[in-house]
Design a protein around this ligand. Structure first.
Ligand SMILES: C[S@@+](CC[C@H](N)C(=O)[O-])C[C@H]1O[C@@H](n2cnc3c(N)ncnc32)[C@H](O)[C@@H]1O
Length: 204
């Protein structure tokens, strides 16, 4: 399913701080990225990073090779405008992750908050996992956060798949070893709660 028009419309019509997934700081994502122990010069990619502030905090923490991929050009523009001159320090990739041509065995850290759960078709999930296998180095770190089993069944008007630690890990398979998983309750800007599951794995 081509959801690009949907996402362009969202980011053209709403302020980045007025979407349900907005976080002033992506605390748990930053905690996991810091825990990987990767060097500040290693390659980090944020899949479906959108207009997230994660990139701002990674720059502040002096990571030098940050890549942000998103299907929406408007989302990437919003992040670039917020960053101003610092945007030049980041690699921006406008692509659908189920179709993206990423470099082979390149990334040390793969981070995704609230993107994988939009892949409701098994073949799209297989393409995503194939992209992780292809683009993440052996021994690399994979942090994926989705709505939890007791989380919402829709987001931004689109159906999502909800996961437990086991079902999320099951999508990736034995090549990925779970380091830790954790539930988080996200407080939306509208005062509601959304349950997330974060799964941090290493690729073998
Ligand atoms: C719920 S938002 C989460 C944004 C960000 N990760 C965060 O936590 O703030 C989902 C993001 O995924 C992007 N997206 C949705 N489907 C995608 C796909 N197939 N490939 C790449 N990006 C996608 C959307 O444009 C949007 O920015």
């Amino acid at each position: 399913m081509n959801t690009k028009p949907h996402w362009e419309n969202i980011y053209q019509s709403k302020a980045p701080t007025r979407v349900s997934w907005y976080q002033e700081h992506s605390r748990l994502s930053l905690e996991y990225i810091s825990r990987t122990g990767v060097n500040k010069t290693d390659q980090i990619i944020d899949i479906g990073g959108g207009a997230s502030t994660l990139v701002d905090d990674l720059l502040t923490n002096e990571y030098k090779h940050i890549n942000v991929l998103d299907i929406s050009a408007a989302a990437l523009r919003a992040a670039q405008q917020r960053l101003g001159a610092r945007a030049k320090e980041v690699t921006w990739i406008e692509a659908d992750i189920t179709q993206a041509q990423l470099p082979d065995q390149f990334y040390d850290v793969w981070h995704d908050r609230a993107v994988f759960h939009f892949l409701t078709q098994p073949e799209d999930r297989q393409r995503y996992v194939q992209a992780v296998r292809h683009a993440v180095k052996s021994g690399g770190h994979v942090i994926v956060a989705t709505f939890a089993s007791d989380g919402p069944d829709h987001c931004s008007g689109l159906e999502v798949v909800r996961y437990s630690e086991d079902s999320l890990h099951g999508e990736f398979g034995e090549e990925f070893k779970v380091v830790e998983s954790k539930q988080e309750t996200h407080h939306t800007p509208f005062g509601t709660e959304q349950k997330f599951i974060y799964c941090y794995c290493r690729k073998h």
